[in-house]
Design a protein around this ligand. Structure first.
Ligand code: GDP
Ligand code: CA
Length: 320
């Protein structure tokens, strides 16, 4: 079975770990979000690709959900001693090595997709991890600029990591997406998939950004295979992160049903909501999307694997 998964960072990575356990024989291709990518200290940092790679490769800081286990921060301290910021983005020493290798390879002319493959040769994530595009796409968030009474756009990482999503987001701009091309292998993997899954990743700044690369949304809609998603919203709130804030910015309420409707029946065949949102099933089904309520908290790998099994079952149901 060939499975394609569109993934952001933590939600995507934890789901993928469950999916691998649930379907050990499957050939899994992950299309990773690169809208969170940022250039820091002269280095190209790809937070979502790395979260997937480290989580599946056994190098993740478990509790945090991002960054490396057993991390130290000597380089960060030394940079701070030089007064070189930003100080709000915490890159650890082990993590720095990944960004150095990536930046060096890009400087030598390799596309991000080839670089990601090279990094994965070390981590052996057990999936094929492809960035959504080799072209630069950067998600920006429009916020108030109180100093001049207007508004300004800041990098998504500044909105989330520096400002903790504590100010209203007025719009989400995937800068560069319109001109970006899907990376080599992305459309082919979608075309050859038996099933396509949307893990409980952020519907706006993770999956939404991937879908904003011209050709990807269309390829999924036209693939003619079941597309099943899992809600990142449980009990009318994100399990973690700022999905409620960025959903508001695109005019979508933070509920499991509204996120399903936002993707729409043109894209989704099936949708899983948490048992606490069982009342949403009827609304999702009346939007033409088959829906079931099951536990959706990825408290451990077994719980994530059970979610993956149910998603694959729902995919089979929608196909019959
Ligand atoms: P990010 O790039 O690290 O923000 O990660 P993703 O975009 O992949 O996933 C973020 C989303 O995952 C957030 O909206 C969370 O609500 C959701 N999420 C995290 N853990 C869980 C979980 O255990 N269950 C569900 N249903 N959603 C989760
Ligand atoms: Ca992310």
């Amino acid at each position: 079975m060939r499975i394609v998964v569109l993934a952001g960072g933590i939600g995507g990575a934890r789901f993928l770990r469950g999916l691998k356990a649930a379907a050990p024989e499957a050939e899994i291709t992950v299309i990773g979000n690169t809208g969170d990518d940022i250039h820091l200290f002269g280095l190209k940092v790809c937070p979502d690709l790395d979260t997937v790679m480290y989580t599946l490769g056994g190098g993740i800081h478990e509790e945090q959900g991002w960054g490396r286990a057993d991390e130290t921060f000597v380089v960060k301290e030394e940079l701070a001693a030089y007064g070189v910021g930003p100080e709000w983005f915490g890159l650890g020493d082990r993590d720095f090595a990944t960004h150095i290798v990536r930046t060096q390879m890009i400087g030598a002319g390799y596309p991000l997709s080839a670089v990601t493959e090279a990094l994965c040769a070390r981590w052996q994530p057990g999936v094929r991890l492809i960035p959504m595009s080799d072209d630069r796409v950067e998600t920006h968030v429009v916020i108030d600029a109180p100093d001049d009474g207007g508004r300004k756009a800041v990098h998504f990482q500044e909105y989330w990591v520096r400002l903790h999503a504590s100010v209203p987001a007025h719009a989400i701009l995937p800068v560069g997406a319109e001109q970006a091309k899907p990376a080599p292998g992305v459309l082919e993997a979608i075309g050859e998939a038996d099933v396509i899954l949307f893990p409980p990743s952020n519907p706006v700044v993770s999956i939404g950004t991937i879908l904003a690369v011209p050709g990807i949304r269309e390829a999924i809609a036209d693939a003619g295979v079941p597309v099943v998603g899992l809600s990142p919203i449980v009990g009318d709130a994100p399990v973690r992160g700022m999905a409620d804030k960025v959903l508001a910015a695109v005019g979508v309420e933070a509920t499991a049903a509204a996120v399903a409707e936002h993707y729409g029946s043109g894209l989704l065949d099936g949708w899983l909501v948490d048992t606490v949102d069982a009342a949403a099933v009827e609304r999702v089904e009346s939007a033409g999307i088959r829906c079931r309520a099951v536990p959706l908290l990825m408290s451990d790998v077994d719980a994530a694997a059970q979610m993956a099994r149910t998603a694959l079952e729902l995919a089979r149901e929608t196909a019959s």
